[in-house]
Design a protein around this ligand. Sequence first.
Ligand code: PMM
Length: 288
Amino acid sequence: MSVAPLAPHDLRVGDRVLPTGQRCLVMGVVNVTPDSFSDGGRFLDPAAAVAHGLALAAEGADLLDVGGESTRPGAVDVPEAVELERVLPVIEELAATAGVPVSVDTRKASVAAAAVAAGAAMVNDVSAGRHDPDLLGVVAEAKVPLVLVHMLGTPATMQDDPRYDDVVAEVEAFLAERCLAAEFAGVDHEALVVDPGIGFGKRDRDNFALLDDLARLTRLGHPVLVGTSRKAFIGRALDSPADERVEGTAATVVWAVERGARIVRVHDVGPLVKAVRMTEAMLRWGAT
Ligand code: PMM
């Protein structure tokens, strides 16, 4: 059954407000990794990663997500020291110069803590606090927003024959439980963002079902973040390689915004900012 999206709360980032209660924000991806599926190796050099982040901010990104550990299917864990070495100089520089909040994409409490000390204003954990039991406490202490993502298993195993009876109900129940766990650890209700984890232990049909019923996840009362950008299910639908998926990504982003997404995580910021703004213009007209 389809439901109308529910307006979520804004996110407080230090003395700044991210207006997720009002509109959909565009999060630009800065992967400081040798092996991410769509841009691996391009920004491993800190100066290149910083330049890329600044370019995304200039293209209209509302925030930047810096990650030093690839979570592509089959990826192996990156040692803490390596992850720190990759992300810290980039976060420090972007937090000082980009003019938009920077989030850190990590599953490790120590990396989250160091990133916040270096200026990160948000933590994005694709394991939703399950990989490292200390992460939720670090976020509670830091008083920054936290993205909780649904993933079946771990990046190493998640695409090994994933199965669900009712993917939307299972993802919804998982995210509700992780929100409670985060709040139990001291994270503010109004700091939480939920994400169905497109491609994280999902068949194509699961990704489509989650996008179709995305409005249901807005009922959890938190901003919904969606990360479809350049993912494999788009490549399979269009028979196109990762660097030729911007149009397919745009279709998913328009769809997600219409169904209530309030942050979209994308690589191709310039075109997708326009797609989001146009979708919102149409939604505003429809609401009058
Ligand atoms: N996808 C990737 C990495 N981090 N974080 C969130 N919150 N949601 C996602 O869907 C997500 C993520 C994998 O994509 P990438 O390798 O292109 O960064």
